[in-house]
Design a binder for this molecule. Structure first.
Ligand code: AMP
Length: 284
């Protein structure tokens, strides 16, 4: 296992499959590394698998969240090696954002603008994501990159950006990994108290309840009821077109859908913003 801090160190691993992360790796990230390894083997002739660890300051809208974000590089390297990566790239901030160079943000795809989702509740977030992802793609010259479905709007945004701008990077999705009781894994979950951890289950419960409802309006109501009843301050609880993230008419039934739909929710509980999503209705 190789740990690269400079482009010179990274050079032998150019052209591979990238897993962009902010570190504090958990089982969700391990799943993405394993997907990357399969993609590298099956589609790219055994290209290298590179885990990128960088807590990107430009995508945080709250300074406290950035300061408190867990940083555990040594453990991350061991986890990445065990999961099958060949390299961890952990550049210093000056390499990603050199002082006298302006790093382009590019055009923000439509699915990340005026949707009332993460774009509304984390102003500037997708500008930061698009900026840093374009930058990683350039620095690592990767052929493919794996992103988790857990951050659904981010996955659609990065896919639209790569296709729309012809960046030549294949975006490979990875399913959301959950605890046995349904809570989606997240590096931020360490900040939940025992009681909050219990209440956080209302998120996946609400999404699962929504999957059983017949109309968009009823599905949205089911999510909101579950989440608010646990005392979570809901940001949104909605069913959208899965790719464009446009709203759907409330009376649409599952059988009338013209394209895949996704149920998405987010809310704040104590120090943590929780977000999650599931297909709507449930996949067969
Ligand atoms: P992060 O380190 O939280 O920025 O996430 C890095 C990547 O891991 C992103 O593509 C996330 O969508 C993905 N990810 C985060 N949590 C999970 C999870 N529970 N299951 C699968 N992928 C995840």
């Amino acid at each position: 296992m190789h740990v690269a801090h400079t482009l010179e160190d990274l050079r032998p691993h150019f052209g591979g499959v990238l897993i962009p992360t902010m570190g504090a790796l958990h089982t969700g990230h391990i799943e993405l590394i394993e997907i990357a390894a399969r993609h590298a083997h099956d589609e790219l002739n055994g290209a290298p698998v590179v885990v990128y660890v960088f807590v990107n300051p430009t995508q945080f809208d709250e300074k406290d969240d950035f300061d408190r974000y867990p940083r555990t590089l040594e453990t991350d390297v061991a986890i990445a090696a065990e999961a099958g990566a060949q390299c961890v790239f952990a550049p210093p901030v000056e390499l990603v954002y050199p002082q006298n160079e302006s790093i382009p943000v590019g055009t923000i795809p439509d699915c990340a603008v005026n949707k009332g989702l993460e774009d509304a509740f984390r102003p500037g977030h997708f500008e930061g994501v698009c900026q840093v992802v374009r930058r990683f793609f350039k620095l690592t010259q990767c052929a493919a990159a794996v992103f988790g479905e857990k951050d659904w709007q981010q996955l659609q945004t990065v896919r639209a950006m790569s296709e729309g701008e012809g960046l030549g990077v294949t975006i490979v999705p990875g399913p959301t990994v959950r605890e046995k009781d349904g809570l989606a894994l997240s590096s931020r979950n360490v900040h939940l108290t025992k009681d909050e951890r219990e209440r956080a289950l209302s998120i996946s419960r609400g999404l699962r309840a929504a999957q059983q409802e017949f109309t968009v309006a009823d599905a949205e109501r089911a999510i909101r009821e579950s989440v608010t009843s646990a005392g979570i301050d809901v940001n949104y609880a909605t069913v959208r077109d899965a790719a464009t993230l446009e709203p759907l008419p409330p009376h649409t039934t599952a059988s009338e859908l013209q394209a895949p739909a996704r149920a998405l929710t987010a809310g704040r509980l104590g120090l943590v913003r929780l977000l999650d999503n599931m297909p709507w209705p449930s996949e067969p």
